[in-house]
Ligand binder design. Structure first.
Ligand code: HEC
Ligand code: HEC
Length: 288
């Protein structure tokens, strides 16, 4: 980060008054996330090429959480999000809609049908001519293949089915494509990431690129990666989807926010996912 942008950011945060900005709290960069004593997840790795000018190393949000929260995610019995993922498997197997089908009718067991899928989402869909998030794909299958009502983009049911699908990629490296037909959406997402907005004149980068590792209010700022999504948050005791989190962060900058499922958030999600290429999909992670 340049000194000037850093000073500008700190000044903006100080002007905000309610946002007290504290000193550097060192994350334990050497902490290892081993789930259930058997699955080692990559929470720190070399930044992907497109990020090389901004940073050398990318970190999962897990690295910045307290020892207690870190430990809770390392055991499926103490990670409450696992229950939502299990409820999502029930949704996967439930018949719904006019066609009398479940997800399993076409895709088979979720463990086989969805293995590795979450790691490459959002993804360009050739037939539809658009970049699709996992939520969009789930609803497309519900509407066009099952004759069922789509889920609300951010909702309990959507959060649970996306959690169940994400668990089938746990431990696999995030690997979203940003070239070819996805390039235009990716560039739009990148622009949004760096655009300063709101009364505080902050961009995503102001906090997550220029100040990760620092304290903001009582929170330890991470790089704002999305490899851990969906996330079970202890603060609101539920599964939080990616666009839900975006909404909260944009609101914190006192800017008008976009809606979940909007073209802006879809583009931002593709861009953010690509900043985490190489980190492990965590399945359902735990944050505060
Ligand atoms: C009638 C068959 C059928 C049913 C039922 C169905 N799907 Fe699909 N699904 C497909 C087909 C065909 C594709 C691939 C074509 C496409 O991309 O649209 C697909 C693609 C997908 C993908 C993307 C896979 C990838 O590799 O990118 C996901 C995720 C998915 N479905 C989830 C679901 C979920 C969740 C349900 C239940 C709510 C469901 N599907 C129900 C037929 C079905
Ligand atoms: C004023 C500072 C600030 C700004 C600006 C900001 N965020 Fe955040 N964000 C936070 C804080 C604080 C947290 C919670 C601690 C953490 O994980 O960093 C957070 C968390 C996140 C997380 C969750 C990370 C995880 O591992 O669970 C994501 C994703 C995220 N932000 C994305 C964004 C995006 C996208 C933008 C721009 C639209 C943005 N943030 C702008 C402060 C900010």
């Amino acid at each position: 980060m340049t000194k000037l942008t850093s000073i500008r950011t700190l000044a903006a945060l100080a002007v905000a008054g309610s946002i007290a900005f504290g000193g550097v709290a060192q994350a334990d960069e050497n902490a290892e996330l081993v789930v259930n004593g058997e699955i080692t997840l990559v929470t720190k790795t070399a930044a992907p090429d497109h990020l090389k000018d901004a940073m050398d190393t990318i970190y999962s949000g897990w690295v910045f959480r307290s020892d207690e929260t870190q430990a809770m995610q390392a055991d499926d019995f103490t990670n409450p999000g696992i229950l939502d993922a299990e409820a999502g498997v029930e949704l996967w197997n439930a018949v719904d809609g006019t066609e009398g089908k479940s997800c399993a009718s076409c895709h088979g067991a979720i463990e086989e049908g969805m293995k590795g899928v979450r790691a490459v989402y959002p993804k360009w869909n050739e037939a539809a001519g658009e970049v699709r998030t996992m939520e969009m794909q789930v609803n497309d299958c519900r509407k066009t293949r099952m004759g069922a009502e789509p889920y609300k983009y951010v909702s309990g049911q959507m959060g649970r089915i996306v959690s169940a699908i994400s668990m089938q990629s746990r431990g696999e490296p995030v690997n979203v494509a940003i070239d070819g037909k996805a390039a235009e959406t990716w560039a739009k997402g990148k622009e949004l990431y760096y655009t300063r907005t709101g009364i505080l004149d902050l961009s995503c980068a102001s906090c997550h690129e220029e100040n990760y590792g620092n304290m903001i209010r009582a929170d330890h700022l991470s790089q704002g990666q999305i490899n851990g999504f969906p996330v079970y948050r202890l603060n609101n005791a539920k599964i939080n989807q990616v666009h839900d989190r975006f909404k909260g962060c944009v609101r914190d900058t006192r800017a008008e926010t976009y809606n979940p499922g909007s073209p802006e958030f879809i583009a931002l999600e593709l861009y953010l996912a690509s900043r985490g290429n190489g980190l492990s999909v965590e399945g359902v992670s735990l944050r505060n």
